[in-house]
Ligand binder design. Structure first.
Ligand code: NAD
Length: 354
């Protein structure tokens, strides 16, 4: 067995239907008396419900979180935090609401309770991001990692099908890269395999029956596993490419992950025999067809299949390949610019990887 290090963050996870009904007790357990609820405008209804459940432990709602955490939103929210003297942040929603809470916590060290309602996994990570003058700065700081995460599948039954399956593919991507990243370890490998198995099986079933609580519980479980992998080990080429395509070309976060993943597995295939064996076992495919099977899953989910579908222009591919070789993340197969350019061309065309 290879030597390894394993860092685990202390975090309380509360999982189950209607678990948000205990939110007040969770806030009190943190010794908080002034909780500020943070959401996107689209989740204001559920933010109000939480505000009601908190009663006199709430100091109000900040419902203006948006994607990519613009610095202006952070400053507006910080002003409110100071004014109401908030001593905990309740982030309800996806990576956008949780991302804003993290940006506030980064400056104030105020603890976060996260109530995720998508599958992208931000709630389990110490990774923060803030966008200023069109550039997204990211960093890693344990202070922003939520201290409590409440997974309540009831809150996800209304998550639109498209966001459900694309953020679910995002969670699969976390698990895949956790299998071959440099600092992986046996515990994270087990979690990643279970995450891939769970999500691969459950995402198509969301389309058939989006309001089924059992299906939503399985998907949320898979997303917790994906977030745990993302928050515990480094990522590799796939996350680097998605960061470039989102950050420099404005492509949508979760859809980009869905499109790019099969091609990164294709790129790495000859260098990740153990990871391929695990993925094949998790999704029930032949090892040489793991990339193709993930492509087929995306096709079956009816999501965009190519970078062209997402609005990238063919003339951007050269620049994207250039950016991919600057400050590269660790990757099991060395980063070769012409091969990366080829990968991007395939992803641009949406051709099934063989
Ligand atoms: P999101 O938070 O942007 O939400 C997408 C939309 O879905 C929003 O309009 C929201 O109001 C709506 N929504 C969320 N839950 C809903 C529900 N249950 N029912 C109905 N509507 C709902 O989406 P996301 O994919 O979770 O987050 C993307 C952002 O998170 C990106 O900015 C990405 O960079 C970031 N992210 C960060 C990390 C990290 O570790 N820091 C990890 C993953 C993603």
């Amino acid at each position: 067995m290879k030597p390894f290090n394993y860092d685990s963050y202390n975090c309380r996870v509360v999982f189950g239907a209607d678990s948000i009904n205990n939110i007040k007790a969770e806030v009190e357990a943190l010794k908080s008396k002034k909780a500020l609820v943070i959401s996107t405008p689209g989740r204001l209804d559920i933010a109000k419900k939480i505000d009601d459940l908190l009663g006199d432990s709430s100091v109000g709602i900040f419902p203006d979180a948006v994607q990519h955490v613009p610095i202006e939103t952070v400053e507006n929210c910080l002003e409110i935090v100071d004014k109401v003297k908030a001593d905990s942040l309740i982030a309800i929603g996806g990576g956008s609401a949780i991302g804003l809470a993290k940006a506030i916590s980064l400056q104030s060290a105020i603890p976060i309770i996260a109530i995720p309602t998508t599958y992208s996994g931000s709630e389990m990570t110490p990774i923060w991001g803030i966008t200023e003058k069109g550039q997204k700065k990211t960093g890693n700081d344990p202070i922003v990692k939520p201290q409590v995460v409440i997974y309540d599948p009831v809150l996800t039954t209304g998550l639109p099908k498209h966001i459900s399956v694309t953020s679910g593919m995002n969670a699969i991507a976390h698990c895949v890269e956790g299998l071959y990243t440099r600092n992986s370890n046996p515990v994270i490998t087990l979690i990643a395999e279970e995450g891939i198995r769970t999500l691969f099986a459950i995402l198509p079933r969301i389309l058939e029956n989006p309001s089924d609580l059992e299906i939503r519980s399985e998907a949320l479980y898979g997303s917790w596993l994906g977030g745990t992998v993302l928050g515990s080990v480094g990522m590799a080429l796939h996350h680097k490419l998605c960061h470039i395509l989102g950050g420099s070309f404005g492509l949508p976060h979760a859809e980009t992950h869905s499109v790019v993943l099969p091609y990164v597995i294709w790129y790495n295939f000859s260098h990740i025999p153990e990871a391929t064996e695990i993925m094949a076992r998790a999704i029930g495919s032949k090892e040489e067809d793991v990339a193709g099977s993930l492509f087929d899953l995306a096709l079956a989910l009816g999501i965009p299949m190519s970078l062209a579908d997402l609005g990238l222009k063919e003339h951007d591919l050269d620049q994207a390949a250039e950016l991919a070789i600057i400050n590269t993340y660790y990757n099991p197969r060395p980063i070769d610019k012409s091969l990366i350019r080829q990968l991007l061309q395939y992803a641009y065309q949406g051709k099934r990887p063989e």
